[in-house]
Design a protein around this ligand. Structure first.
Ligand SMILES: Cc1cc2nc3c(=O)[nH]c(=O)nc-3n(C[C@H](O)[C@H](O)[C@H](O)COP(=O)(O)OP(=O)(O)OC[C@H]3O[C@@H](n4cnc5c(N)ncnc54)[C@H](O)[C@@H]3O)c2cc1C
Ligand code: SF4
Length: 529
């Protein structure tokens, strides 16, 4: 496509960019997507090699952190605050879905109205029911394994493939939840358990974060992108956007980007959609300074980059006498509990959390924490393969002081200012995590654990809130259709647009929002000039 004959320019080819580009191109819209990374060849995945675990335990080029991986297409993210987070993302066609585990819960209806229900944060300007048809469409496009009927969530359509097996660790957790009478259900996964749309089912070999060679895990390079390209969408890889350009009236013209060899290119489009994730998006908006937007595009109210949320967590492990073989099977979660999801003020905090039964990494990862020496093997034999994991996904309410800004020293390989994340746990989140540790310990003990290991709190790879959705320009960056309030032809479609973060993994909601935004962009096509 020529650089000045484009309807919609999409920036970022991850989960959101892929879903949106598919939907727009299926409507006949001319879409070009600029992506700073390339296509990842599955034969290069660590999961194909015997030393696969070293890629996460040392500075390997498949490390979860862009700072440790340090590929040319990565950008540095410096971290600050009382609880500087461990930032995880992947920069390539498919984005962070290359690494993800495919755990695929939906928000609860209550998550969209926490101000009304609990007098905290803000309500979203849309409801669960606005997103429901798009959740369903996205499930169909990816192929989800799971089981409809969970009493803690609204009814949903039949899952495309049956649930993944619970395994020994899953059955052990069920025993604990059942004895306590707590809610549990099998998880929905963006991982297929039977052949679906030409993709092979999961082989249960447990290396999902190291790249799924089967294509069973729904990475968007294997799901949406081939279909979008068939519809005429074009991806330009190794194309890193430096800034979004605007005309004299304050409308976006397009973007300036560095191509693979570092040449500066300009591209024009009628509409620009930013899908660079909860850190990459505010970084790009803040880097897009002009006379009309001296503090960054869409940032006249100073809210771009504020209210960063990342889901605080604890990875709690129960150690059992019997072998649990938790490293076998998809690294995602066979089951979850939402017993403590909705607000109950008697617990001492507002909103709540999900517990997910989580499989463990393999032997190398677990050996790291055991001192070397004569006793190493005996100590290792006590924990491997005897552990069962519970991961907390805590609802991280927005705080203006948790931010993504531009770093004034670090730059990426094209000389563009890096991102700086500043994050501290709120008192509410701390109380929620303490409660989750107590409850996880209780259920693991009841399930038969002889010991429970509780490492310090950390965070998940869920980047949210930095260009939040709201009813007006005072309280938000984008409107209910993901359009930037102050720029009539720019949309932000990723976790940045979350008003609140809920207590579940975010990607099914990110992708449902992307499919909805594509419909809204289409509805407004008569206004494009
Ligand atoms: C280890 C790991 C496990 C995870 N597990 C789960 C899970 O089980 N369930 C779940 O719901 N979520 C999970 N996630 C999170 C999930 O991957 C993300 O929520 C999702 O991919 C976000 O989608 P996105 O499109 O907003 O961003 P991304 O998928 O991160 O894509 C953003 C893309 O934008 C590109 N980009 C950024 N800046 C620029 C620029 N200036 N120019 C050009 N391109 C640019 C990037 O290269 C990247 O490809 C996991 C993530 C990780 C890392
Ligand atoms: S366990 Fe399944 S989803 Fe995970 S990498 Fe293996 S085949 Fe892919």
């Amino acid at each position: 496509m020529k650089n000045d004959d484009i309807d919609v320019l999409v920036i970022g080819a991850g989960a959101a960019g892929a879903a949106l580009s598919w939907s727009l191109s299926a409507k006949g819209i001319k879409v070009v997507c600029l992506e700073q990374g390339g296509w990842i060849d599955p034969s290069t995945f660590p999961s194909m090699k015997h030393d696969y675990e070293t890629q996460l335990t040392r500075e390997g080029d498949f490390n979860l952190s862009p700072n440790l991986r340090n590929r040319k297409e990565d950008y540095p993210v410096t971290t600050h605050g009382e609880n500087p987070p461990f930032v995880m993302m992947f920069n390539a066609v498919g984005g962070s879905t290359i690494h993800w585990q495919g755990i695929f819960p939906r928000f609860h209806p209550s998550d969209f109205k926490v101000k009304t229900l609990d007098d905290v944060a803000d309500d979203w300007p849309i409801s669960y029911w606005d997103l429901e048809p798009y959740y369903d469409l996205n499930d169909k496009m990816l192929g989800v394994s799971g089981l409809a009927g969970d009493p803690a969530n609204p009814p949903r359509s039949k899952r495309q493939t049956p649930p993944l097996p619970l395994g020994k660790m899953g059955h052990t957790l069920v025993k604990g939840f059942e004895k306590l009478g707590w809610h549990w259900w099998v998880n929905d996964h963006g991982i297929i358990s039977e052949p679906y749309n030409g993709r092979s089912p999961c082989m249960l070999h447990g290396k999902c974060m190291f790249g799924c060679p089967m294509g069973a895990k729904a990475t968007t390079d294997r799901t949406y992108w081939p279909l979008a390209i068939d519809h005429g969408a074009e991806i330009r890889t190794w194309s890193r956007v430096k800034e979004i350009t605007v005309d004299k009236t304050g409308k976006a013209k397009g973007a300036i980007y560095f191509d693979k060899v570092g040449n500066v290119q300009e591209i024009k489009a009628k509409v620009v959609v930013v899908c660079c994730n909860g850190i990459g998006t505010p970084r790009l908006l803040l880097n897009s300074k002009s006379n009309l937007f001296p503090d960054g595009l869409g940032n006249s109210n100073g809210l771009v980059g504020k209210n960063f949320m990342i889901h605080p967590t604890h990875f709690i492990n129960g150690v059992f006498e019997e072998a649990m073989d938790s490293h076998i099977g998809p690294m995602g979660s066979p089951l979850f509990s939402q017993e403590f999801y909705e607000t109950d003020e008697s617990r001492g905090f507002t909103r709540g959390y999900m517990l997910i039964g989580e499989r463990t990494f393999g032997p190398l990862f677990q050996a790291q924490d055991i001192p070397w020496g004569k006793a190493h093997h005996a100590e290792f034999g006590k924990i491997f393969p005897h552990q069962v994991g519970l991961t907390v996904v805590a609802d991280d309410l927005p705080e203006e002081t948790n931010t993504v800004t531009l770093d004034d020293k670090e730059v990426d390989s094209n000389g563009i200012a890096a991102a700086k994340v500043t994050y501290s746990l709120s008192e509410n989140s701390k109380r929620m995590l303490d409660h989750a540790v107590r409850k996880s310990t209780e259920v693991l003990r009841v399930a038969g654990a002889k010991d429970v290991i509780v490492p310090p709190p950390t965070n998940l790879a869920h980047l949210m809130g930095t260009a939040r959705m709201g009813t007006n320009e005072k309280n938000s960056v984008v409107d209910k259709n993901n359009k930037v309030h102050s720029v009539s032809n720019v949309y932000v479609v990723d976790g940045s647009s979350f008003t609140t973060g809920a207590g579940v993994n975010p990607t099914s909601t990110i992708m449902a929002l992307a499919l909805r935004a594509a419909d809204k962009i289409w509805e407004e096509r008569m206004e494009w000039k």
